[in-house]
Design a protein around this ligand. Structure first.
Ligand code: ZN
Length: 154
């Protein structure tokens, strides 16, 4: 289990709380515990791919070990922006949380997780740039490159 960020319980969580507040009660339903952590673990980043560049991980979950928590990496660019109140970054964070919840509910399947994430992005009014970037990540995990770099984050 990852080390919980020492500041996970204070102001460092503001962005998580603000992101959750964007969701309706229905969309928030059954939300697991969320921990803000440094980017530890084997899937902090994957090797750069010629077609997609370096993929960074803004959140993850561990369905293999049945860990009930969602982990958000607190020093990602997106998390910094979200902490500053950037609306699109908060929407992205909310969608990352929904992506990880889909894994905890349905397992490793990335397509299902990305589809849940993209649906939330659209519902929350994400801009086209953000939707395209998540779509690109979905394309990446479905690509041969993702297999080549030896596994993908959940
Ligand atoms: Zn995933």
């Amino acid at each position: 289990m990852p080390v919980v960020h020492p500041s996970s319980t204070d102001a460092y969580r503001d962005a998580v709380n603000k992101a959750l507040a964007l969701l309706t009660q229905d969309q928030r339903g059954g939300m697991p515990n969320i921990e803000v952590v440094p980017p530890v673990g084997p899937f902090e980043t994957t090797a750069p791919s010629p077609r997609f560049g370096r993929q960074t991980v803004d959140g993850y979950s561990d369905t293999v070990n049945k860990d009930p928590n969602i982990y958000i990496t607190g020093n990602s660019d997106n998390y910094h922006k979200a902490q500053q109140g950037d609306k699109q970054a908060l929407i992205r964070l909310a969608s990352d949380i929904v992506h990880e919840r889909a894994h905890l509910e349905h397992g490793k399947d990335e397509m299902q997780a990305y589809d849940a994430q993209l649906a939330i992005l659209k519902a929350l009014g994400a801009d086209q740039k953000l939707i395209k970037s998540v779509q690109a990540s979905r394309d990446f995990v479905a690509s041969p490159e993702a297999q080549l770099v030896g596994g993908i984050p959940q």
